[in-house]
Write a protein that binds this ligand. Sequence first.
Ligand SMILES: Cc1ncc(COP(=O)(O)O)c(C=O)c1O
Length: 399
Amino acid sequence: MKNLSSKAFQTRAIHAGERKKGAKYTPVATPIWPTAGYVYDSMDDTDAVLGGAEGFVYTRYANPTVSALEEAVASLEGAEAVQAYGSGMAAIHAALLVAGARAGSTVLAALDVYGATFSMLRGLFSTLGVSTRFVDVTDLQATETALKESHPVLLICETLSNPLLKVADVPALAKLAHAYGALMLVDNTFASPYLFTPYQYGVDFVIHSATKYLGGHGDVTAGVVASSLENKKKLYETNKLVGSILGPFEAWQVLRGIKTLPLRMRQHFQNAQKVAEYLAGHARIARVNFPGLPEHPQHQLADQLFEGRGYGGMLSFEIKNADKALVFRFMEALELCLPATTLGDVYSLVLHPATASHRALTPEERARVGIPDGLVRLSAGIEDVDDILADLEQALSKI
Ligand SMILES: Cc1ncc(COP(=O)(O)O)c(C=O)c1O
């Protein structure tokens, strides 16, 4: 503002120091832009940006810090564009809408998708007239039959499923979905783009709960959808109306987290592999689900898809003859691994799927999916692995 010095104290308190122009420096790290609106030199410039020219007009539409994060994730996923959201569930919801989940349409989903995705489809979307059929996507024949019979608008699965760590043959599933006129959505949260990039295999919508590995430090809630430019435009226009945006502070946290993603993913994997091998040899453990074990049913597929980058940092295991009470005692006995309802953090975390991530499923539904009460999910952190192993050993010895 010109001639600010002649203005009253109350006015200067509001405008002084703001909107500096013509800086000759560029910040090394993207700043946090906590602004709701943006001003231009002329109303013609504002008009042009509102009409689609490059720029920002209102943070519900777009924000420079959020855009920087979107550019970073698009680069990692090898996608044309990314739209960021306030959570992973908001990202899934938006992708479902844009993919054509409408009254009268059908969605085909993997049997063991994340509990909230399951509930969103079977609850929220079914009240809107969308029906969902669930299928074991590791059975390509059964998936093809379901595609043929149900004519879904969309096939949904997770690269590595939550909590059973099944590996989806994403390239084959994308081909199948498209052959039957369906779009394909992959939740790549467990794998992270370090391990696998579904967009490069023809997947239309790649979503992440950026709350997990992308953020990586357990201190932010965020979601992203990676897609073509055409689908990004649809996601953007929908979000201008719905407004489930990511704030600039949270975008900045995820952007910072991403810088160490490859380093963290290597350590998460190395720790998870050692933990899985240790548990597989333990007398109290009935079964370990981890794609890095040679006995995992999709171990070879994981090798093909992940090309030597490991098998991720997530695993689950069943304690022998355990009911909920015994699992709770085990989780309470842990001193280092935290019993928190999240994953993908630098901290090692454990979760009881039957009462947490898949609580909304009925006991019969959990039995059908294969989630017994004795199942524990473990997100290997990046601590010294010997400390994680010692913690598991002492807790198992107490039950
Ligand atoms: C595989 C998967 N997808 C999506 C979500 C939802 O993400 P958010 O909690 O960020 O909404 C989660 C959350 O745990 C998840 O595990």
